[in-house]
Design a protein around this ligand. Structure first.
Ligand SMILES: [Mg+2]
Length: 350
């Protein structure tokens, strides 16, 4: 499906490790005031003055977390950064620096890594984070990428998963379920391609959901919006594994229960139509599909007038006392217990 149009192949052995790092990071800019020293010494030096620091890290492994038969390397580099920044924003922090480490086998030429780093560089620019370090090493099989993200915030702004209170509103950003359905389309086309490589798939009806899978965005804008609206969520988490498992994290750590209304869950029309095509229930996908990188938060009812009508924020339910458990209220007004399946478990079912 994704053709390798780049025919030139420079073997990694020609550069050596230090030459490779220099080459891949030569265009990276330093823009953050807190970066005193980036790449080029034994360690980066950062100065955050009186701010608190959040640090998060993620490891992506080829054929476990991504499939290079349909994921362009540029998109992979972009996504590897975005998924980490999403965790920084979920703490209500602003992201400032990242480090990127890769292990790569010699089946990848230099040109492939240049593509990967072009995606990393684009994400660093879009989200205004400095790439301040990293490592490259060889791997015997596939590609492994590890990104660490660093962010800063005033101590009073930090939002944990544990602060949700009874009667708080449950709010989700954007729409959910699209990344998972995008993955279903890509997997299906991969199978078609295996049988008939000449087949040119018509992906037009699926552009949004494919984009959500291949090139997700992290909700930096929401952290800024909340600040502007003077709304501090009582709890927050990013949606990487699916709405149901994320709400369970919040409920467990806040010692509360929750009710979510099926008819309030924001779905894109492409998610609905693709679910119909695959004959799967769109609510199941919204609850258990992952990788949307939207934010799930709880806010005090007092803050409702401030967020009311904002197209980025949808109230989908409210927090209850713990004893009431966690339920989805269906369109038929039935209360169904919420259980976390997570998108990995679902992979085997759909
Ligand atoms: Mg997270």
């Amino acid at each position: 499906m994704i053709e390798d149009k780049n025919q030139s192949r420079t073997s990694l052995d020609q550069l050596g490790e230090f030459g490779l790092i220099d080459h891949l990071t030569q265009n990276f800019e330093i823009n953050q005031k807190s970066t005193i020293k980036g790449i080029g010494d034994d360690a980066a030096v950062l100065d955050f003055k009186s701010k608190q620091i959040v640090v998060t890290t993620d490891l992506l492994v080829e054929n476990v977390h991504f499939d290079l038969s349909y994921v362009p390397l540029k998109h992979l580099g972009y996504k590897a950064v975005v998924v980490n920044l999403s965790d920084v924003y979920a703490m209500n922090a602003s992201a400032t620096q990242i480090t990127v480490s890769i292990a790569v086998s010699n089946r990848f030429p230099l040109e492939a890594l240049e593509e990967l780093y072009a995606g990393i560089e684009t994400a660093a620019k879009v989200y205004n984070v400095d790439v301040v370090g990293g490592d490259t090493t060889s791997s015997t099989t596939g590609l492994i990428i590890s990104v660490t993200a660093i962010g800063e915030l005033e101590p009073e702004d930090i939002v944990y998963r544990s602060g949700a209170k009874q009667n708080d509103l449950i709010v989700v950003t954007g729409d959910i379920g699209a990344a998972y359905m995008g993955l279903q389309i890509l997997e299906r086309e991969k199978e078609v391609f295996k049988v008939n490589p000449q087949n040119q798939p018509d992906l037009d009806p699926y552009t949004y959901i494919i984009e959500r899978q291949l090139r997700p965005e992290a909700r930096k804008d929401i952290v800024e919006l909340l600040k502007k609206m003077e709304v501090k969520p009582t709890s927050m988490i990013d949606i990487s594994d699916g709405l149901s498992s994320e709400i369970m994290h919040i409920c467990k750590q806040s010692d509360v229960g929750a009710e979510i209304y099926e008819n309030k869950i924001p779905l894109d029309p492409q998610v609905i139509s693709t679910c119909e095509e695959f004959k799967i229930d769109s609510t199941t996908i919204a609850l258990n599909g992952g990788e949307d990188y939207e934010l799930l938060m709880t806010i005090s009812q007092e803050d409702f007038p401030k967020i009311k009508g904002n197209p980025n924020l949808t109230v989908i339910g409210y927090i209850t006392e713990k004893a009431r458990g966690m339920h989805l209220i269906t369109r038929g007004e039935q209360a169904v217990p919420i259980i976390a399946k997570g998108w990995n478990a679902m992979k085997n079912e759909v």
